[in-house]
Design a protein around this ligand. Structure first.
Ligand SMILES: Nc1ncnc2c1ncn2[C@@H]1O[C@H](COP(=O)(O)OP(=O)(O)OP(=O)(O)O)[C@@H](O)[C@H]1O
Ligand SMILES: O=C(O)c1ccc[n+]([C@@H]2O[C@H](COP(=O)([O-])O)[C@@H](O)[C@H]2O)c1
Length: 220
């Protein structure tokens, strides 16, 4: 019997959240038999410019709309933890939630540049990683420096799901109906999208605290 709750962590800018995030999260939840997926809305991706990044509160609100009536929790917990780098966030999260098992989720575009993240091998040692195929990025992900190291830890989906205990490093590759949607395309067609998500500060679904509605895109 499984003792711990199994949580998929999808970190992202969510600038804005879109149907692709929802679709891959529901798919991954079913495929990996997760209890929940947490969308961790980043105060500021260390590798992305601040220009063009909407305020954190608007991005969180867009995520709450996309996550409606789904086993997806939206959180900006990195703001509270004061972390920007994923390796630091995951350390703090696993300490705070010792009764949860986490798997880090990311699209193939992020695997393609994973070797540029701070202490990326330590991220892989901390929790299993599931990579979701993404149109236009799969070849780059396969050929990436991170994949050259990670591929030895590849685990077939069925044995990953059937393991009583998760261990790391472990890499699961998930392939299903490719989803073309991206926040870049949405911003191109609707540069003022964030105006529709103005309003009172939203409540963080993990910490139950209010997320300030001001500019929250501070660099690390
Ligand atoms: N259509 C998709 N297919 C697979 N993975 C996706 C898809 N959209 C987003 N993701 C993944 O979800 C996570 C958060 O994505 P993010 O918020 O950056 O959205 P995005 O559409 O990639 O944004 P942008 O176009 O601004 O880079 C990332 O790991 C990303 O790879
Ligand atoms: O820790 C790092 O060095 C690092 C570098 C780039 C991206 N990340 C994280 O990767 C996640 C996906 O970011 P994004 O902007 O591609 O949606 C998000 O949680 C970021 O904080 C983390």
């Amino acid at each position: 019997m499984r003792g711990k709750r199994r949580i998929g962590l999808l970190g992202g800018s969510f600038n804005p959240a879109h149907g692709g995030h929802r679709r891959i999260s529901l798919f991954v939840r079913r495929a990996l038999e997760l209890d929940e997926v947490w969308w961790m809305v980043s105060p500021g991706n260390p590798l992305k410019p601040q220009a063009g990044m909407a305020p954190l509160a608007a991005r969180v609100r867009s995520a709450m709309v996309q996550a409606r009536r789904a086993p997806i929790r939206v959180t900006a917990i990195e703001r509270e933890l004061g972390t920007r780098y994923t390796v630091d966030t995951l350390g703090a999260l696993t300490r705070r939630y010792p009764k949860h098992d986490f798997v880090w989720l990311m699209g193939a575009d992020n695997l393609a540049q994973f070797h540029r993240w701070k202490a990326w091998r330590d991220i892989a040692r901390r929790m299993p990683i599931a990579v979701i195929a993404r149109p236009g990025y799969d070849a780059a992900a396969l050929a990436s420096p991170a994949m050259a190291w990670l591929r030895r830890f590849s685990v077939p989906l069925s044995s990953f799901v059937n393991r009583g205990e998760w261990s790391a490093p472990a890499l699961v590759t998930l392939r299903f109906d490719p989803d073309e949607r991206s926040a870049t395309a949405i911003r191109r067609g609707d540069p003022d999208w964030a105006l529709r998500f103005a309003g009172p500060p939203p409540r963080d679904q993990l910490t139950h605290r209010l997320i300030p509605s001001g500019e929250e895109t501070t660099a690390p």
